[in-house]
Write a protein that binds this ligand. Structure first.
Ligand code: 8X3
Length: 253
């Protein structure tokens, strides 16, 4: 059987990197997007050596719509028929109150988490519809279900990811293309370091006294959604550590 192609945004670290490894070990061909070319190149080498994976690097900033269009347009013929789009790139900067934070930082968060996800969907999904197969897996968050202190804008972007996933699923209901929204809770990645503007000890305190999930754990769930038979559409998955119950209720030992 022909190997499937998966495109992962934000693949150079965290959940994206975990997904790259999981799909590579299962024989998928990978298009890896991110901004850090060095990290992407190292990951490509690792996946080629470990799994004989077929990897195509597509480095660009997802916030730059023109760059996205150019990059996708430049894909060689044999990489164009993307089967799975994992809209994973996302971030948050700061834990400021809504009436006190930086509009410039929030532009970066909204442009990445919402507008770039939408642009990638707009660029890739028409081909899926044309080919009569495909799957869009969006990285939502538990933050999209409940707002929490200092998370207002981030939570709003992840609520938007839920709405965009639900809307796309409606728009594609008469096609075989599936849409999944994965909503992780506490996952220990570089995410919190960026949230706390590089303050590693503040980032570590988020995961103190609880066993958080890893990027690999989330990749298991993403892969499950991708690998179930094609008549099954995993619409949404909320996945969190055993000792987390909501965005804010966590039991720490
Ligand atoms: C990241 C999970 O708990 O920081 O989306 O909102 S959380």
């Amino acid at each position: 059987m022909e190997k499937k192609i998966v495109l992962i945004t934000g693949a150079s670290s965290g959940i994206g990197e975990g997904c790259a490894r999981k799909f590579a070990m299962n024989g998928y061909r990978l298009i890896l997007n991110g901004r850090n070319v060095e990290k992407l190149t190292a990951l490509k080498r690792e996946l080629e050596a470990a799994y004989r994976a077929d990897v195509c690097l597509l480095p660009f900033d997802v916030r730059n719509r023109r760059a996205a269009e150019t990059a996708l347009g430049s894909l060689p013929e044999e990489w164009r028929a993307i089967d799975i789009l994992i809209n994973n790139a996302g971030l948050v900067i700061g834990v400021d109150k809504e009436h006190e934070g930086s509009l410039d930082e929030w532009d970066v968060v909204i442009d990445t988490n919402v507008k770039a996800l939408l642009a990638m969907t707009r660029l890739v999904v028409p081909g899926m519809v044309e080919r009569g197969r495909g799957h869009v897996i969006n990285m939502g968050s538990i933050a999209g279900d409940y707002a929490y202190p200092g998370g207002s804008v981030y939570c709003a972007t992840k609520a938007a990811v839920k709405a965009l996933s639900d809307g796309l699923r409606i728009d594609l209901v008469d096609t075989p293309v599936r849409v999944t929204n994965i909503k992780p809770g506490l996952v220990e990645t570089n995410f919190s370091v960026v949230r706390f503007r590089g303050d590693k000890s503040a980032a570590d305190s988020v995961y103190r006294g609880i066993r958080p999930l890893t990027g690999e754990d989330i990749a298991e769930v993403v892969y499950f959604a991708a690998a179930v038979p094609e008549h099954i559409q995993v619409a949404e998955v909320l996945v969190m550590p055993a000792n987390q119950a909501t965005g804010t209720i966590v039991s720490r030992k």
